[in-house]
Ligand binder design. Structure first.
Ligand code: SF4
Length: 362
Protein backbone atom coordinates (compact mmCIF):
# COMPACT_ATOMS: atom_id res chain seq x y z
CA UNK A 1 0.00 0.00 0.00
CA UNK A 2 1.32 3.43 -0.90
CA UNK A 3 2.08 6.21 1.61
CA UNK A 4 -0.37 8.94 0.56
CA UNK A 5 2.07 11.79 1.35
CA UNK A 6 4.36 10.45 -1.37
CA UNK A 7 1.89 11.67 -4.01
CA UNK A 8 2.23 15.05 -5.67
CA UNK A 9 -1.05 16.86 -6.35
CA UNK A 10 -1.26 15.70 -10.03
CA UNK A 11 -0.57 12.13 -8.87
CA UNK A 12 -3.27 12.42 -6.21
CA UNK A 13 -5.76 13.72 -8.83
CA UNK A 14 -4.99 10.69 -10.97
CA UNK A 15 -5.58 8.37 -8.00
CA UNK A 16 -8.94 10.04 -7.32
CA UNK A 17 -9.92 9.39 -10.92
CA UNK A 18 -8.92 5.72 -10.53
CA UNK A 19 -11.05 5.51 -7.38
CA UNK A 20 -14.01 7.12 -9.24
CA UNK A 21 -13.88 10.21 -7.01
CA UNK A 22 -14.25 13.80 -8.17
CA UNK A 23 -10.86 15.39 -9.01
CA UNK A 24 -11.45 18.33 -6.60
CA UNK A 25 -11.23 15.83 -3.73
CA UNK A 26 -7.50 15.70 -4.45
CA UNK A 27 -7.13 19.39 -3.50
CA UNK A 28 -9.01 18.86 -0.24
CA UNK A 29 -6.95 15.82 0.68
CA UNK A 30 -3.68 17.46 -0.32
CA UNK A 31 -4.49 20.41 1.94
CA UNK A 32 -5.12 18.06 4.89
CA UNK A 33 -1.84 16.30 4.25
CA UNK A 34 0.52 19.19 3.51
CA UNK A 35 -1.06 22.37 4.92
CA UNK A 36 -3.01 21.20 7.91
CA UNK A 37 -0.52 18.40 8.59
CA UNK A 38 -3.09 15.84 9.65
CA UNK A 39 -2.07 12.68 11.48
CA UNK A 40 -4.98 10.44 10.40
CA UNK A 41 -7.73 10.12 7.81
CA UNK A 42 -10.26 10.69 10.61
CA UNK A 43 -9.16 14.31 10.87
CA UNK A 44 -10.30 15.01 7.29
CA UNK A 45 -13.64 16.33 8.48
CA UNK A 46 -14.85 17.76 5.16
CA UNK A 47 -14.70 14.31 3.52
CA UNK A 48 -17.51 11.81 3.81
CA UNK A 49 -17.04 8.76 6.03
CA UNK A 50 -17.15 6.36 3.03
CA UNK A 51 -14.40 8.35 1.28
CA UNK A 52 -12.22 8.34 4.40
CA UNK A 53 -12.75 4.59 4.60
CA UNK A 54 -11.77 4.21 0.95
CA UNK A 55 -8.58 6.20 1.56
CA UNK A 56 -7.74 3.96 4.51
CA UNK A 57 -8.18 0.89 2.30
CA UNK A 58 -5.87 2.21 -0.41
CA UNK A 59 -3.21 4.26 1.34
CA UNK A 60 -0.94 4.41 4.37
CA UNK A 61 -0.65 7.61 6.38
CA UNK A 62 2.13 7.88 8.92
CA UNK A 63 3.95 10.54 10.90
CA UNK A 64 7.30 9.66 12.49
CA UNK A 65 6.84 8.68 16.10
CA UNK A 66 8.88 10.71 18.60
CA UNK A 67 10.57 8.22 20.92
CA UNK A 68 12.85 10.71 22.63
CA UNK A 69 12.95 14.51 22.76
CA UNK A 70 15.81 16.41 24.40
CA UNK A 71 15.25 20.09 25.17
CA UNK A 72 17.97 22.65 25.77
CA UNK A 73 17.36 24.99 28.66
CA UNK A 74 19.83 27.46 27.10
CA UNK A 75 18.31 28.35 23.75
CA UNK A 76 15.20 26.25 23.08
CA UNK A 77 16.95 23.74 20.79
CA UNK A 78 15.19 20.36 20.71
CA UNK A 79 16.61 17.11 19.44
CA UNK A 80 14.13 14.51 18.26
CA UNK A 81 14.66 10.80 17.88
CA UNK A 82 11.94 9.50 15.56
CA UNK A 83 10.88 5.96 14.82
CA UNK A 84 9.86 5.38 11.22
CA UNK A 85 7.09 3.06 10.11
CA UNK A 86 9.49 0.14 9.52
CA UNK A 87 11.18 0.67 12.90
CA UNK A 88 14.27 2.52 11.69
CA UNK A 89 15.43 5.36 13.92
CA UNK A 90 16.40 8.83 12.69
CA UNK A 91 17.38 12.13 14.28
CA UNK A 92 16.09 15.69 13.59
CA UNK A 93 16.87 18.98 15.34
CA UNK A 94 14.76 22.11 15.95
CA UNK A 95 16.63 25.39 16.48
CA UNK A 96 15.25 28.81 17.28
CA UNK A 97 17.10 31.67 15.57
CA UNK A 98 16.30 35.36 15.30
CA UNK A 99 15.57 34.87 11.58
CA UNK A 100 13.06 32.08 12.30
CA UNK A 101 12.60 28.52 13.42
CA UNK A 102 14.88 26.05 11.68
CA UNK A 103 14.67 22.28 11.43
CA UNK A 104 17.63 20.14 10.48
CA UNK A 105 16.42 16.90 8.88
CA UNK A 106 17.99 13.57 7.96
CA UNK A 107 17.88 12.37 4.35
CA UNK A 108 19.00 8.75 4.85
CA UNK A 109 19.08 6.14 7.62
CA UNK A 110 22.83 6.10 8.20
CA UNK A 111 25.20 7.14 5.43
CA UNK A 112 27.74 5.44 3.19
CA UNK A 113 30.07 8.39 2.66
CA UNK A 114 32.39 7.48 5.53
CA UNK A 115 33.44 10.98 6.67
CA UNK A 116 35.85 10.34 9.52
CA UNK A 117 34.40 12.89 11.95
CA UNK A 118 30.80 11.73 11.62
CA UNK A 119 28.87 9.26 13.78
CA UNK A 120 26.10 8.82 11.19
CA UNK A 121 28.27 6.74 8.92
CA UNK A 122 29.76 4.30 11.42
CA UNK A 123 27.36 1.51 10.45
CA UNK A 124 27.01 2.47 6.81
CA UNK A 125 23.79 3.15 4.94
CA UNK A 126 20.60 1.29 5.93
CA UNK A 127 18.30 2.93 3.37
CA UNK A 128 17.22 6.16 1.73
CA UNK A 129 14.40 8.20 3.19
CA UNK A 130 11.43 8.83 0.94
CA UNK A 131 10.29 12.39 0.16
CA UNK A 132 7.39 11.86 2.59
CA UNK A 133 9.77 10.79 5.35
CA UNK A 134 11.77 13.98 4.86
CA UNK A 135 8.63 16.15 4.79
CA UNK A 136 7.10 14.56 7.86
CA UNK A 137 10.13 15.27 10.06
CA UNK A 138 9.29 18.96 9.52
CA UNK A 139 5.52 18.41 9.78
CA UNK A 140 5.74 16.42 12.98
CA UNK A 141 8.01 18.96 14.68
CA UNK A 142 5.68 21.79 13.64
CA UNK A 143 2.73 19.83 15.04
CA UNK A 144 4.46 18.91 18.29
CA UNK A 145 5.75 22.39 19.04
CA UNK A 146 2.89 24.37 17.54
CA UNK A 147 5.37 26.76 15.97
CA UNK A 148 5.78 27.62 12.31
CA UNK A 149 8.98 26.31 10.72
CA UNK A 150 10.45 28.81 8.27
CA UNK A 151 13.85 27.29 7.46
CA UNK A 152 14.92 23.74 6.73
CA UNK A 153 18.47 22.49 6.45
CA UNK A 154 19.13 19.05 5.00
CA UNK A 155 22.22 18.50 7.10
CA UNK A 156 21.33 15.62 9.40
CA UNK A 157 22.26 11.99 8.81
CA UNK A 158 22.81 11.07 5.20
CA UNK A 159 24.20 12.58 2.03
CA UNK A 160 21.19 14.27 0.37
CA UNK A 161 22.63 14.06 -3.16
CA UNK A 162 23.08 10.31 -2.70
CA UNK A 163 19.26 10.20 -2.49
CA UNK A 164 18.72 12.54 -5.41
CA UNK A 165 15.21 11.71 -6.66
CA UNK A 166 13.65 11.78 -3.21
CA UNK A 167 15.51 14.96 -2.29
CA UNK A 168 14.30 16.85 -5.36
CA UNK A 169 10.73 15.62 -4.84
CA UNK A 170 10.96 16.81 -1.23
CA UNK A 171 12.19 20.26 -2.36
CA UNK A 172 9.31 20.61 -4.82
CA UNK A 173 6.71 19.52 -2.30
CA UNK A 174 7.87 21.57 0.68
CA UNK A 175 8.07 24.72 -1.42
CA UNK A 176 4.71 24.07 -3.16
CA UNK A 177 2.23 26.87 -2.52
CA UNK A 178 -0.42 24.24 -1.74
CA UNK A 179 1.76 22.78 1.01
CA UNK A 180 3.97 24.39 3.66
CA UNK A 181 5.08 26.84 0.95
CA UNK A 182 8.56 27.28 2.33
CA UNK A 183 10.70 29.61 0.27
CA UNK A 184 13.45 27.64 -1.48
CA UNK A 185 15.78 30.41 -0.35
CA UNK A 186 15.16 29.21 3.19
CA UNK A 187 16.18 25.68 2.28
CA UNK A 188 19.81 24.61 2.59
CA UNK A 189 21.17 21.39 1.17
CA UNK A 190 24.51 20.22 2.46
CA UNK A 191 26.73 17.91 0.44
CA UNK A 192 30.13 16.33 0.88
CA UNK A 193 30.68 16.95 -2.83
CA UNK A 194 29.13 14.46 -5.28
CA UNK A 195 30.11 16.24 -8.48
CA UNK A 196 27.71 14.69 -11.05
CA UNK A 197 24.69 15.20 -8.78
CA UNK A 198 25.79 18.74 -7.96
CA UNK A 199 25.94 19.56 -11.67
CA UNK A 200 22.50 18.01 -12.09
CA UNK A 201 21.11 20.01 -9.16
CA UNK A 202 22.40 23.20 -10.82
CA UNK A 203 19.96 22.59 -13.69
CA UNK A 204 16.80 21.97 -11.64
CA UNK A 205 15.80 25.64 -11.53
CA UNK A 206 15.81 25.63 -7.72
CA UNK A 207 16.81 28.54 -5.48
CA UNK A 208 18.43 26.46 -2.76
CA UNK A 209 21.36 27.53 -0.64
CA UNK A 210 24.21 25.10 -1.06
CA UNK A 211 26.47 24.13 1.83
CA UNK A 212 29.59 22.33 0.70
CA UNK A 213 31.56 20.28 3.22
CA UNK A 214 35.07 21.34 2.33
CA UNK A 215 37.02 20.77 5.56
CA UNK A 216 40.47 21.23 4.01
CA UNK A 217 42.04 23.36 1.27
CA UNK A 218 44.24 20.52 0.02
CA UNK A 219 43.26 17.14 -1.41
CA UNK A 220 45.72 15.28 0.75
CA UNK A 221 44.16 16.41 4.06
CA UNK A 222 40.66 16.27 2.64
CA UNK A 223 41.18 12.61 1.73
CA UNK A 224 42.11 11.84 5.33
CA UNK A 225 38.81 13.32 6.50
CA UNK A 226 36.48 12.34 3.66
CA UNK A 227 36.87 9.28 1.43
CA UNK A 228 34.76 11.00 -1.26
CA UNK A 229 37.71 13.36 -1.84
CA UNK A 230 39.55 10.47 -3.48
CA UNK A 231 36.82 10.24 -6.10
CA UNK A 232 36.33 13.98 -6.67
CA UNK A 233 39.46 16.08 -6.14
CA UNK A 234 39.17 19.82 -5.58
CA UNK A 235 40.11 20.44 -9.21
CA UNK A 236 36.75 18.85 -10.20
CA UNK A 237 34.68 19.84 -7.20
CA UNK A 238 35.29 23.58 -7.12
CA UNK A 239 34.39 24.21 -10.78
CA UNK A 240 31.14 22.32 -10.09
CA UNK A 241 30.45 24.64 -7.14
CA UNK A 242 31.18 27.66 -9.30
CA UNK A 243 28.81 26.24 -11.93
CA UNK A 244 26.10 25.89 -9.27
CA UNK A 245 26.46 29.57 -8.41
CA UNK A 246 26.46 30.63 -12.06
CA UNK A 247 23.27 28.69 -12.81
CA UNK A 248 21.36 29.65 -9.66
CA UNK A 249 22.89 32.93 -8.41
CA UNK A 250 22.68 31.44 -4.93
CA UNK A 251 25.13 31.87 -2.10
CA UNK A 252 27.38 28.95 -1.29
CA UNK A 253 28.63 28.28 2.21
CA UNK A 254 31.70 26.22 2.84
CA UNK A 255 31.57 24.05 5.93
CA UNK A 256 34.95 23.61 7.60
CA UNK A 257 35.16 21.28 10.62
CA UNK A 258 38.22 22.44 12.49
CA UNK A 259 40.29 19.54 13.83
CA UNK A 260 43.21 20.06 16.15
CA UNK A 261 46.64 19.62 14.52
CA UNK A 262 45.12 18.55 11.23
CA UNK A 263 43.53 21.48 9.41
CA UNK A 264 43.69 24.30 11.98
CA UNK A 265 47.06 25.90 11.21
CA UNK A 266 47.77 29.38 9.89
CA UNK A 267 49.12 27.79 6.69
CA UNK A 268 45.81 26.01 6.14
CA UNK A 269 43.93 29.26 6.71
CA UNK A 270 46.13 31.02 4.13
CA UNK A 271 45.74 28.14 1.67
CA UNK A 272 41.96 28.17 2.16
CA UNK A 273 41.87 31.94 1.53
CA UNK A 274 43.86 31.56 -1.68
CA UNK A 275 41.66 28.73 -2.90
CA UNK A 276 38.39 30.53 -2.22
CA UNK A 277 39.57 33.86 -3.59
CA UNK A 278 40.52 32.14 -6.82
CA UNK A 279 37.14 30.46 -6.95
CA UNK A 280 35.28 33.66 -6.15
CA UNK A 281 37.17 35.76 -8.64
CA UNK A 282 36.78 33.24 -11.43
CA UNK A 283 40.41 32.20 -11.81
CA UNK A 284 43.09 33.83 -13.96
CA UNK A 285 43.23 37.46 -14.84
CA UNK A 286 40.78 38.76 -12.28
CA UNK A 287 42.56 38.40 -8.98
CA UNK A 288 41.23 40.61 -6.24
CA UNK A 289 37.97 41.53 -7.91
CA UNK A 290 34.84 40.11 -6.43
CA UNK A 291 32.49 39.11 -9.18
CA UNK A 292 29.49 38.72 -7.00
CA UNK A 293 30.00 35.10 -5.98
CA UNK A 294 28.73 35.34 -2.40
CA UNK A 295 30.66 32.70 -0.53
CA UNK A 296 31.03 32.24 3.16
CA UNK A 297 32.98 29.94 5.46
CA UNK A 298 31.37 28.29 8.48
CA UNK A 299 34.02 27.18 10.92
CA UNK A 300 32.71 24.26 12.96
CA UNK A 301 34.67 23.19 16.02
CA UNK A 302 34.71 19.43 15.44
CA UNK A 303 32.48 17.40 17.74
CA UNK A 304 34.60 14.54 19.04
CA UNK A 305 32.93 11.15 18.58
CA UNK A 306 33.84 8.22 20.75
CA UNK A 307 34.86 5.99 17.87
CA UNK A 308 37.47 8.41 16.43
CA UNK A 309 40.35 10.31 17.90
CA UNK A 310 39.87 13.80 16.45
CA UNK A 311 40.01 16.64 18.93
CA UNK A 312 38.62 20.13 18.92
CA UNK A 313 41.17 22.98 18.91
CA UNK A 314 41.06 25.67 21.56
CA UNK A 315 38.66 28.52 20.84
CA UNK A 316 41.56 30.97 20.45
CA UNK A 317 43.07 28.91 17.66
CA UNK A 318 39.78 28.83 15.73
CA UNK A 319 39.46 32.59 16.14
CA UNK A 320 42.99 33.03 14.73
CA UNK A 321 41.96 30.90 11.76
CA UNK A 322 38.90 33.07 11.24
CA UNK A 323 41.00 36.28 11.39
CA UNK A 324 43.32 35.03 8.65
CA UNK A 325 40.31 34.39 6.38
CA UNK A 326 38.80 37.78 7.12
CA UNK A 327 42.12 39.57 6.61
CA UNK A 328 42.12 37.97 3.16
CA UNK A 329 38.60 39.20 2.41
CA UNK A 330 36.79 35.89 2.96
CA UNK A 331 33.75 36.18 5.18
CA UNK A 332 33.80 33.60 7.96
CA UNK A 333 31.92 32.82 11.15
CA UNK A 334 32.45 30.31 13.91
CA UNK A 335 29.30 28.26 14.17
CA UNK A 336 27.41 28.96 17.35
CA UNK A 337 26.77 25.74 19.15
CA UNK A 338 23.02 25.34 19.56
CA UNK A 339 21.78 23.35 22.52
CA UNK A 340 25.23 23.06 24.11
CA UNK A 341 23.69 21.32 27.14
CA UNK A 342 22.23 18.56 24.92
CA UNK A 343 25.06 18.58 22.44
CA UNK A 344 26.65 15.68 20.67
CA UNK A 345 28.08 14.94 17.27
CA UNK A 346 25.66 14.55 14.37
CA UNK A 347 24.21 11.04 14.59
CA UNK A 348 25.58 10.40 18.09
CA UNK A 349 22.20 10.77 19.81
CA UNK A 350 20.68 8.16 17.49
CA UNK A 351 23.59 5.81 18.13
CA UNK A 352 23.22 6.27 21.88
CA UNK A 353 19.50 5.50 21.65
CA UNK A 354 20.10 2.38 19.53
CA UNK A 355 22.86 1.24 21.89
CA UNK A 356 20.53 1.53 24.89
CA UNK A 357 17.80 -0.44 23.12
CA UNK A 358 20.30 -3.19 22.24
CA UNK A 359 21.36 -3.41 25.90
CA UNK A 360 17.72 -3.67 26.99
CA UNK A 361 17.06 -6.60 24.67
CA UNK A 362 20.26 -8.50 25.53
S1 SF4 B 1 29.15 14.14 7.26
FE1 SF4 B 1 27.29 13.84 6.04
S2 SF4 B 1 28.06 12.86 4.15
FE2 SF4 B 1 29.68 12.65 5.66
S3 SF4 B 1 29.32 10.65 6.59
FE3 SF4 B 1 28.26 12.17 7.86
S4 SF4 B 1 26.18 12.22 7.10
FE4 SF4 B 1 27.43 11.22 5.54
Amino acid sequence: MQEIRELSLPELREKMRELSEKPFRAEQIYSWLHERLCASFDEMSNLSLPLREKLREHFRLFLPEPVRILSSSLDGTRKFIFRLEDGHIIESVFMRYRHGNTVCISSQVGCRMGCRFCASTLEGLARNLSAAEMLTQVYQIQRLLGERISNVVVMGSGEPLDNYENLTKFVRMISDERGLHLSQRNLTVSTCGLVPELLRLSEEGFQLTLALSLHAPKDEIRRRLMPIAARYPLSELLPAVRHYFERTGRRVSFEYSVVRDLNDTKEEAEALSTLLKKLRDGGEGSAGQQKGFPLHVNLIPVNPIRERSWERPERRRIEDFQHVLEKNGISATIRREMGADISGACGQLRRDYLGEKRCETN
